[in-house]
Design a protein around this ligand. Structure first.
Ligand code: NA7
Length: 537
């Protein structure tokens, strides 16, 4: 007989830690299963040089508890991976949730048992659990991806993916290092790798806009001020579109006179962080507005890169901010160093990986180490890897037609999958917000929902097909009114060979989304169908 709990949570990152705590505090029994050896989710795995968050660290944390917030002090404006991992361990210990967690345990399948109205969860290690509720906390970026480069296995040197970096230091000293990819992970790691390596070759398919982090150590006075201002900051975060204390902008780029516009952009540039991409409301809506900001950022690249034959390859042409906005520390300046070489893959695509290095259509680059900064199968990758089967044995792969037709209700639930919840699931605001704030909203909503079900003797809850179709249509329509869908990115799924193109993020802001979710709950879970327990006479 399998171990039975009220809820099984998959994953022990930001989502899993809070979900576990919240449900336990509400009196539910919980088991949290985590593939890795500890808490942290992506922060446990992505230990590459230079890895850090790109929300200001004072906001990149839980805000549900003032006491918890005030017990922790961040050392710098943008915390590095090891500090974030320490923070998550600190929280897990403070909340005492590790006892509900089982590490080194990979969920292989979850099958809905119609007769027993419960989930049967089977792990890769051969254990079985049953639960009334199944909650995914697997995150949006947890399945790393290495493109299918021919000959990859033949490489005789070392190779690593940024999202799966070894736990022991990688010695780059005196090495020839090739980095494929210039997303956030590449942009963060390249300057740090260049500090140690003898030669660095950056294999770039798409040049990137980037804004400085302006990272710095906090003083004790500043930390005291942040803690003092916590309640005010939280209030703004809970009512902002991004989950950061940045109010919704009402300024249009094109409608702002040039002098004022440039002053705003310069100010945002000097302040660094995610201020610039939030400074105007129409950057990702109006192509003309976008071009004005894009050109401003190209100007900054031209100023930074001193080598005229290199700079032309570093100028981006896509709509700024329609790929994940990138923050950097000395990224473009790195190309001024003589031991750093940019390889433009638009001119010389990679043909294959050889035993000595990377072969492009022009030449072979001999390397000791290859770093794959090639990103993730985002949004749906991890969910589709799990074998989750709902009513009538229908799998998630079948329901979503292997990713070709992804439909959810609120990014939280799926028709045909009773008592199943997805924290930051596809079609919720997720990665286009400050993710911990989005996670908190989902965790609290799910926890309230489970309380409601318990109080009202509800056996199962699942979205109606109509609500799901409607929500998915709405998400697509909103996205189609923006420039996001005009750019190839992991937001649209186009970074993965063979993956269907779909924009799976709700774009109307976390503030509006929070209100919609609250209304759904206030109306007795509008859009869901509820099946009640039979009350025995
Ligand atoms: P990203 O942002 O998906 O970046 C991946 C990079 O790898 C990007 O520059 C891609 O170029 C490049 N790439 C992907 N496939 C290939 C192939 N086949 N050949 C050459 N180059 C390739 O992943 P990150 O890990 O940097 O960031 C993920 C998120 O994690 C980040 O946004 C934060 O939210 C945290 P492309 O742009 O597709 O041309």
């Amino acid at each position: 007989m399998a171990n039975h709990v009220d809820a099984i949570v998959i994953g022990a990152g930001f989502s899993g830690i809070y979900m576990t705590y919240k449900l336990r505090e509400e009196g539910f029994t919980v088991k949290t299963l985590e593939k890795a050896a500890g808490v942290g989710g992506v922060w446990f795995l992505a230990r590459y040089p230079g890895a850090r968050c790109d929300s200001d660290s004072i906001y990149y944390n839980y805000i549900f508890s003032e006491e918890l917030y005030k017990k922790w002090s961040w050392s710098s404006r943008f915390a590095a991976q090891d500090e974030i991992l320490s923070y998550l361990n600190f929280v897990a210990d403070e909340l005492d949730v590790k006892k509900e967690m089982q590490f080194n345990t990979e969920v292989k399948s979850a099958i809905w048992d119609e007769d027993q109205t419960k989930w049967l969860v089977i792990t890769a290690q051969g254990e079985e659990f049953t639960a009334t509720y199944l909650i995914s906390g697997v995150g949006c970026l947890s399945t790393s991806s290495i493109p299918n480069f021919q000959g990859r296995e033949s490489f005789k040197g070392e190779s690593y993916h940024t999202g799966n970096w070894p736990h022991t230091p990688v010695d780059l000293n005196g090495k020839r290092v090739g980095v494929i990819g210039t997303g956030s992970s590449g942009v963060q790691s390249i300057p740090v790798i260049a500090e140690e390596a003898k030669e660095v070759y950056v294999f770039q398919r798409t040049p990137q806009y980037s804004v400085p982090t302006r990272n710095r150590q906090f003083t004790e006075e500043e930390i005291a001020q942040f803690k003092e201002a916590f309640l005010d900051a939280r209030e703004i975060m809970l009512n902002s579109p991004s989950g950061l204390p940045i109010p919704r902008s009402t300024r249009s780029v094109v409608d702002t006179p040039e002098e004022e516009r440039v002053a705003i952009l310069e100010d945002a540039w000097e302040k660094g962080g995610m201020i610039l991409n939030n400074a105007f409301y129409d950057i990702v809506i109006d192509p003309k507005s976008n071009e004005l900001v894009s050109e401003f950022l190209r100007g900054k690249i031209r100023e930074k890169v001193k080598k005229s034959d290199v700079v032309e390859h570093l100028l981006p042409y896509y709509y700024y901010s329609t790929k994940r906005p990138i923050l950097d520390t000395n990224y473009h300046d790195t190309y001024n160093q003589d031991h750093v070489t940019l390889v433009n893959l638009r001119q010389q695509p990679i043909e294959c990986i050889t035993e000595n290095g990377i072969q492009t259509t022009e030449k072979e680059y001999p390397l000791d180490i290859i770093v794959f900064a090639t990103g993730y199968d985002a949004m749906t990758g991890t969910l589709l890897k799990l074998d989750i089967r709902g009513r009538n044995g229908v799998s998630l792969q079948e329901k979503w037609e292997n990713g070709a037709k992804v439909e959810t209700y609120l990014g939280l639930g799926l028709a045909g999958f009773p008592n199943f919840f997805t924290i930051t699931g596809p079609q919720s605001p997720s990665v286009l917000t400050n993710v911990p704030t989005a996670i908190e909203q989902h965790v609290e909503w799910i926890s309230d929902c489970l309380n409601y079900l318990r109080e009202h003797n509800v056996k199962t809850i699942e979205p109606t097909v109509e609500a799901e179709v409607q929500w998915s249509k709405q998400c697509t329509e909103i996205a189609n009114g923006t420039l996001f869908t005009k750019t190839e990115s992991w937001y649209t799924g186009s970074n993965i060979d063979g993956k269907s193109r779909d924009f799976l993020i709700y774009l109307n802001g976390l503030d509006n989304y929070r209100q919609l979710c609250n209304e759904v709950a206030e109306h007795g879970y509008k859009g869901y169908q509820l099946q009640y327990e039979e009350i025995k006479a």
